[in-house]
Design a protein around this ligand. Structure first.
Ligand code: ADP
Ligand code: MG
Length: 361
């Protein structure tokens, strides 16, 4: 069985690592000559919408999936109908446009921050008048890791924000003074059966995920599962889907969803009975899903721009090291560490050590 993946970064790499024990082989399409999944899978180096490369990717593959949202529409059209493609492209199309995504949340009665589309400088004025300050102006498309967005706190911020982003279709949304950021990682099989991981609490810095911490028994688990289930059922979904959430006054607001495995689920590799990567593949292949039960108290720390020494990381008790085989560059995710502990106190001690290694400055 061969799985094709659009994108050959660390998510594809961890998918491949999870898939080999299942007897699967992998083929990735990625324009980067040094795509890090290339170390362990067949790598087709070409643009994502290159027709010959897409034919080569699909030929002989049992299923094609993707590791990022911004798959060009042309690539999807060329693949659809030639090979089973999961998660369903409809999910991808919603997640590619922050406005359509929020409209979907609205239709499914999933609360989301107050927002307005913005297509002109006057439109920005009107959106700020309606939604209020502070708010976040975001490009509707192609944003990731906090890129393509800026916070507006006062009227004087409108001009520079428009200068920065006005060339794109935009959305303006209320800046939520959340108590916590959470995410729910859900998986649905071809037979419609679904499973949910315990929600991690996530901390971001400059729009990039720094840390995820799993709190088994979180009071927000049930509403988070309910919202994720509405999306899974509406989209007749197959694979892993991640819903990012803000908690405000004890209620959840949906920020965005990703139709794929997610950084806030990396803890599940060693921290859950079945990892998000394995369950994604099981779903795609029509295999029974594995249990998502957490194995203790767990935290994951991203290594951003700098990969700490393997020995130092492994000296933290109960810690597992992941390096993605990518050169270090400011703002780039180059690895992560996961800690599994039997008590919250032990987790806290090792987490402090690991965070110091991750951020030596
Ligand atoms: N409306 C908002 N209110 C408060 N914080 C926000 C809002 N939108 C984004 N953020 C912060 O910025 C981070 C990245 O924004 P997000 O919309 O998730 O874009 P990306 O696609 O880059 O992940 C969020 O995880 C959150 O920390
Ligand atoms: Mg996000």
């Amino acid at each position: 069985m061969i799985i094709g993946i659009l994108g050959g970064g660390q998510l594809a790499r961890m998918m491949a690592l999870a898939g080999y024990p299942l007897g699967l082989r992998f083929r990735v399409l990625d324009p980067a000559p040094d795509a890090c999944t290339g170390h362990l899978a067949e790598h087709i180096q070409a643009e994502f919408d290159d027709p010959a490369a897409l034919r080569k990717l699909a030929r002989g593959c049992d299923v094609v999936t993707y590791e990022f949202e911004n798959v060009p529409a042309g690539a999807l059209e060329q693949l659809e109908g030639t090979v089973p493609l999961y998660p369903p492209p409809a999910a991808l199309r919603y997640s590619q446009d922050r406005l359509r995504e929020k409209e979907l949340f609205g239709r499914l009665d999933i609360p989301t921050p107050n927002h307005k589309p913005v297509d002109s400088r006057d439109g920005l004025e009107a959106a700020v008048a309606e939604v209020g300050l502070p708010g976040v102006l975001k490009t509707r498309r192609l944003g990731y890791d906090g890129k393509g967005q800026t916070v507006l706190r006062k009227n004087a911020d409108l001009d520079p924000a428009w200068e920065q982003l006005g060339a794109h279709a935009l959305i303006y949304e209320a800046l939520i003074p959340f108590e916590r950021e959470l995410s729910i990682i859900a998986v649905r099989g071809r037979n419609g059966k679904s499973a949910y991981y315990p929600v991690p609490e996530n901390s971001h810095c400059n729009g990039i995920l720094r840390e995820s911490r799993v709190c088994p028994g979180d009071p927000m688990q049930q509403p988070a599962e309910e919202y994720a289930q509405r999306l899974l059922d509406e989209l007749n979904y197959v694979g892993v889907l991640t819903l990012e959430l803000f908690q405000l006054n004890g209620q959840l607001l949906a920020n965005e969803f990703a139709p794929r495995v997610h950084n806030s689920g990396h803890w599940s590799i060693e921290g859950a009975e079945t990892s998000q990567f394995e369950n994604h593949l099981r779903a795609l292949m029509g295999l029974p899903l594995g249990k998502t039960t957490p194995l203790g108290h767990i935290a994951m720390v991203n290594f951003i721009g700098h990969l700490p020494g393997t020995a130092e990381v492994l000296a933290c008790a109960g810690t597992h090291f992941h390096g993605y085989g990518k050169p270090e560059r400011a703002g780039r995710k180059v690895g992560h560490g996961t800690i599994r502990a039997s008590t919250v106190e032990k987790l806290q001690t090792e987490l402090e050590r690991l965070k110091k290694l991750a951020m030596p400055e």
